[in-house]
Write a protein that binds this ligand. Structure first.
Ligand SMILES: [Zn+2]
Length: 338
């Protein structure tokens, strides 16, 4: 390592040499590696956070390149899984960091394993099902997590500290959090950067153990219209909250919340998960496909026929593009996989 790699960050007094040493020993888990995830990951890795784990279930598409900063045209052309494309790029940026990319749709079991030894979780997801799961797991394991979301030129962020602040479940009862439904309004890159600027700054405060400096406010902004608000939400914390209250039941960790089939937010896409863990041999899938257009890389196989496209992952998941109809998607799935 060149000695001055982190010099500018160490000169920043709240971090200093001591803070930098702390960062080296810390572990951040990023859920989702789209716009928010790639931006946060790059900042954390450049800043010298010792270990960064990235989880994402999707692959790179051309429409991602406008704002998902770690990806290239080659990644989109080859449909590289985001977790692996990001891992590769981040290792080139900073070879000193332990970077783990997992191609995975996080559910309870995966998340409860991944969270071990993690110091803070950053939200880079695009859907509330996953956020509520993250909220429950973080409460159960007492790990702070930082919510983030954006749409259009508008964004929001909030830092959730177990046993101290209200959790996402509490907030949903009292704060009008836009984006609780699937959004298709588009997004500009500066809104992404503004959200991750808040998320990563808050994460750094937690990682260097300067928790006094945390905002404690729910931040919302609209860059196009120059609005910025900081909302005090302490009173939103509920004693009877099922996630952070006196007698939590962690509802999102219950088996009935473990979805096998999901319509992906804002897209004509259905995801089907097999009911149990499998290691799918992509060559076997390829063997049963007699016509249509097939593309394959080491991680997935994409099959295109007429106006539908199916993407098979090695972990058994299939993404079915061209429909929002779960029954129709299941029919296509069974036509091919029996
Ligand atoms: Zn709560």
């Amino acid at each position: 390592m060149t000695l001055d790699r982190y010099s500018r960050q160490q000169l920043f007094r709240p971090i200093g040499e001591q803070g930098q040493e702390k960062l080296k020993k810390k572990h951040v888990l990023l859920i989702g590696c789209g716009a928010l995830g790639t931006s946060s990951a790059e900042q954390l890795v450049r800043g010298g956070v010792g270990k960064v784990t990235i989880v994402d279930r999707d692959y790179v598409e051309w429409s991602n390149l406008q704002r998902q900063q770690l990806f290239t045209e080659e990644d989109a052309g080859r449909r590289m899984p985001k977790a692996k494309a990001a891992e590769k790029k981040l290792k080139k940026i900073n070879s000193e960091i332990d970077i783990q990319g997992h191609i995975m749709d996080v559910q309870r079991e995966e998340l409860e394993t991944l969270i071990e030894g993690v110091d803070v979780v950053l939200d880079g997801t695009d859907n509330f099902d996953t956020r509520m799961l993250v909220n429950d797991v973080c409460q159960k394991h007492s790990v702070p997590w930082i919510y983030g979301g954006c749409v259009g030129s508008h964004g929001m962020s909030y830092t959730i500290i177990p046993q101290e602040t209200p959790c996402l479940q509490c907030l949903l009862q009292s704060v009008p959090i836009g984006g609780a439904t699937c959004e298709t309004a588009g997004v500009i890159s500066p809104a992404v950067q503004m959200v991750t600027a808040h998320q990563v700054t808050e994460a750094l405060k937690i990682l260097v153990e300067d928790t006094q400096a945390l905002t404690g406010r729910f931040i919302t902004f609209d860059l196009w219209n120059h609005h910025y608000t900081k909302m005090k939400v302490d009173r939103a914390k509920r004693e009877d909250c099922t996630s952070c209250g006196k007698h939590p039941s962690y509802p999102y960790l219950l088996p009935e919340h473990q979805t096998k089939t999901a319509v992906l937010c804002g897209r004509d896409t259905v995801q089907i998960r097999p009911p149990y863990k499998i290691d799918r041999d992509l060559n076997e899938v390829r063997a049963v496909l007699t016509d249509g257009h097939i593309e394959q890389n080491p991680f997935l196989l994409s099959y295109h026929k007429e106006d539908r496209r199916m993407v098979f992952f090695k972990d058994g998941r299939v993404l079915i593009h061209g429909t929002k109809d779960v029954t129709e998607a299941r029919n296509w799935y069974h036509q091919i996989l029996g």
